[in-house]
Design a binder for this molecule. Structure first.
Ligand code: SF4
Length: 346
């Protein structure tokens, strides 16, 4: 805590006790680096300065602001939680850790962060930075990826946190992990905890914390049919139970291989009531790769010119809708699709 005031970064959410602003920053910063998350935070807080503003916004618009941060379920949960706070709590965030946990998408970490930063409750936060600092300083070999280890770390953090300044303690230990006791190159030489740090004293800085490997990622092959007619392109909103729920993309055929036979391509166009126009030069197929936490997406974009526009009940049944190039920019899209439109739109 002596180290913190001298080294902390000056970040906008550290100047407020507004639980809404703190919650917003925490949701954005989960699994996102501060540098990447900061512009998103500034954008959200200026577009939606209060929880009522966010609650009243259309979901598409919220997802559009979120675009590029990934983990879109977080954005949807965030939007839902804002509505929950307005509806069930008269627009006031609950003021205790236990009550905060009842909000959707608010887990133990976020609840502890809001409770301590906004309301001064003595509850210790545990994030990746805190796990690392505690594991190294106290020589804890429990696997931090195992949910069962949480109790051990939480019990330790609870004994350390002072009643007088729980918020400062939480900020300090997280910041210490973020900039001093970093994963790969901790600055042990100039570390104030050097003499009491188990890992440093035992030459185990790179052995701690123990973290079991994440699941191997799988590769998925997406073939996007970019159906076009005149100035129109057809896009659809993705449904639940897969990545990118609620975002817009094109007609999609997923296969086990990188190539899609021409006959399958024509079948896929026919399945949505389209007819491939003949006499129109074929567009070269464009390929893009997108890496997610547990999967890699190899995407190919096949631009198909239709003989006639899609229309009527057929169009509604497919979930597709017609957009102009300009309109597609306002839609919330996976980054993969945004990249394609930026690079490939003609
Ligand atoms: S001595 Fe090194 S490993 Fe130990 S707390 Fe300091 S920076 Fe982290």
């Amino acid at each position: 805590m002596e180290w913190y005031p001298r080294h902390r970064r000056d970040l906008p959410w550290r100047h407020t006790r507004d639980p809404y602003a703190i919650w917003l920053s925490e949701v954005i910063l989960q699994q996102t680096r501060v540098k990447q998350g900061l512009p998103y935070y500034l954008d959200f807080i200026s577009t939606y300065p209060a929880v009522h503003d966010l609650a009243a916004a259309p979901e598409d618009e919220v997802l559009r602001h979120w675009q590029g941060l990934g983990y879109y379920s977080r954005a949807r949960n965030m939007h839902h939680t804002a509505q929950q706070v307005v509806r069930d709590y008269a627009g006031q965030f609950p003021a205790t850790y236990a009550e905060l946990l009842k909000l959707r998408g608010v887990g133990q970490y976020t609840a502890a962060a809001i409770a301590s930063f906004a309301f001064g409750e003595k509850v210790a936060v545990l994030d990746g930075n805190v796990y690392r600092v505690l594991a190294r300083v106290f020589g804890i070999a429990a696997d931090i990826a195992a949910p069962s280890s949480r109790k051990e770390f939480q019990a330790l953090a609870d004994t350390l946190i002072p009643a007088a300044a729980p918020d400062e303690f939480n900020q300090a230990i997280m910041e210490f992990g973020a900039i001093q006791c970093t994963p790969l190159k901790p600055d042990c030489l100039f570390c104030p905890l050097q003499h009491q740090c188990f890992a440093f004293q035992h030459g185990m800085v790179h052995e701690l914390p123990v973290k079991s490997k994440a699941k191997a990622s799988r590769t998925r092959y997406f073939h996007y049919l970019v159906l076009r007619h005149g100035e129109t392109v057809y896009m659809k909103k993705r449904g639940p139970k897969d990545i990118w729920q609620g975002l817009y993309d094109f007609v999609l055929t997923e296969t086990n291989a990188a190539e899609l036979p021409a006959t399958d391509l024509v079948d896929a166009v026919t399945a949505v009531g389209g007819q491939v126009a003949t006499g129109r030069a074929e567009e070269p197929v464009q390929s893009l790769r997108h890496v997610l936490s547990h999967q890699k997406v190899e995407a190919r974009f096949h631009t198909i010119w239709l003989r006639q526009p899609l229309a009527g009940p057929d169009l509604r049944a497919t979930g597709l809708a017609a957009f102009t190039a300009e309109q597609t920019h306002a839609l919330p899209k996976p980054v993969l699709i945004a990249n394609f439109l930026d690079k490939g739109w003609k």
